[in-house]
Write a protein that binds this ligand. Structure first.
Ligand code: SAH
Length: 455
């Protein structure tokens, strides 16, 4: 096979990144934008010894799982890798991916893994409460906004991403009209000139409150009164601000926020816990599914009110505050100091007094507290980043020997690795359940319950 040569192949599988996998005379092809079951014509792009990458030329015979992506720029944008697959099949894909990793990387047998049905979304569209739109201009100098095309900084124009809220479109139209009337130019990364870099938009799904924060390459936003007036015509507008970012950087938000309208935050709820969200706060982007995921973690913890619980990698304390309502005491550990400030503030805001938070690495705070203060845990919950738990952290958990460990994971490969380690250390994997927080994409969250085996 030569580069650019075309061939016909059947898609038999999907890889972790959502590309279709086809086989031709023992050689493996990865083909983006295809769906398991498709027969396609593809063009060879890049070839390695045993596998290669090809691009889709034509779907010759569509898979029964294939749907027409509702987003007109689904393919160019690349943000949704699975949009051409029916939502039901996306859910199956995600479950298979997690199970495969548990069997392959975790070396568990199928009998050992009790998987409960994935928690899917009732409406897998418009589920994101947050969007960050970069601004730029097209060849004619017209202001455009949308998303960066996968791994590049070219903007694909799209003011109505179907994962985001309906208000985004109106807000972006207003911002563009305001820019034109004030002669404000979008920021240009090459020349470091132009004022408006990004617009951050957030919505509280339960409260309907909206936040807009413009990120600018300057200290002042000219004619901001006019912008505020225009934006306030949108129902729910509650907080308008700008963020100063004059650095040559890919980091979107600046450090300093200047408030233009409202209290500087919007309010939202996950379960019955209330959150104040400012432009810089971390907050789960899919609060509806977060409630299901963390609700499952809480259910697995089976608290009666007498337990001491540790929530490692606690972020802004979403899980901790959920647990605190049913536990005697919850301790949270998180590496980012601002997140812990938010966690403490959120605890106070909700009148939760039995949650205490530590700033530091889980693998340092937990052993330190265990050795010097002889801390104890009935239940340990972990919700680590993609790289999973540090070995020292897992070793300390094994030494502390809680009755239960609840593992919340956004990466099933490291989940599988860590569950194997805990299983070898004396724990049994009782149940595993996936939750879809990011429909259209390949990402999936998983919660697993482990119990200590009798010695
Ligand atoms: N449950 C949290 C989100 C967890 S995301 C919430 O709802 O807010 C994973 C978190 O782990 C992030 O907040 C990240 O800052 C933190 N983190 C990363 N490495 C860490 C480490 N070594 N020790 C403690 N926290 C860490």
């Amino acid at each position: 096979m030569q580069k650019n040569q075309e061939f016909t192949v059947t898609i038999e599988d999907m890889n972790e990144d959502g590309a279709g996998v086809g086989r031709l005379e023992g050689y493996i092809w990865f083909i983006k934008d295809t769906v398991i079951g498709d027969v396609v014509r593809a063009k060879a792009m890049k070839m390695k010894k045993t596998y290669g990458f090809a691009c889709l030329v034509e779907v010759l015979s569509p898979s029964s799982f294939r749907v027409k992506p509702p987003c007109p720029v689904a393919r160019q944008c690349g943000g949704c890798q699975l949009q051409a697959m029916s939502y039901e099949e996306q859910l199956r894909f995600k479950e298979r991916k997690v199970l495969n990793n548990l069997l392959r990387i975790g070396r568990f047998s199928e009998e050992e893994i009790h998987m409960l049905p994935i928690m899917g979304m009732d409406h897998p569209w418009r589920y994101r409460n947050k969007a960050q739109f970069p601004f730029g201009e097209d060849k004619e100098g017209r202001i455009i906004t949308g998303f960066y095309v996968g791994r590049t900084h070219a903007i694909i124009e799209n003011e109505d991403c179907l994962l985001g809220v309906e208000e985004n479109r109106k807000i972006l139209e207003i911002i563009k009209a305001y820019m034109v009337s004030e002669g404000i130019r979008p920021y240009n990364e090459q020349t470091h000139k132009g004022l408006l870099r990004h617009a951050l938009i957030r919505k509280g799904f339960r409260t309907g409150e909206l936040m807009v924060c413009l990120v600018i390459n300057g200290k002042k936003l000219p004619g901001s009164d006019k912008l505020v007036r225009m934006l306030c015509e949108i129902e729910g507008m509650r907080s308008i601000s700008y963020s100063i970012n004059q650095e040559k950087t890919n980091v979107i938000m600046g450090k300093e926020t200047v408030n233009l309208y409202g209290p500087g935050y919007i309010t939202d709820y996950i379960g019955n816990v209330k959150y104040q969200i400012s432009p810089l706060s971390f907050y789960q982007v899919n609060p509806v599914q977060t409630e299901k995921l963390y609700g499952t973690a809480l259910e697995y913890a089976e608290l009666t009110g007498d337990e001491t619980v540790w929530d490692l990698y606690c972020g802004i304390g979403t899980i901790s505050l959920f647990l605190a309502q049913k536990a005697k005491k919850v301790y949270g550990v998180e590496i980012v100091p601002q997140a812990i400030e938010d966690a403490r503030r959120n605890a106070a805001l909700n009148g939760i007094k039995n949650a205490e938070f530590f700033v530091g690495k889980a693998e340092e705070v937990l052993p330190r507290e265990y050795e010097s203060n002889h801390i104890y845990a009935d239940v340990i919950v972990v919700d680590p980043p993609r790289k999973g738990c540090d070995k020292v952290c897992l070793d300390t958990i094994l030494e502390m020997s809680p009755k239960k460990v609840v593992y919340v994971s956004c990466d099933s490969a490291t989940l599988a690795r860590d569950l194997r380690y805990l299983a070898d250390g004396g724990y049994r994997v009782e149940k595993v359940r996936c939750c879809d927080m990011f429909g259209g994409t390949v990402h999936v969250e998983t919660v697993a319950l482990l119990t200590r085996k009798a010695r």
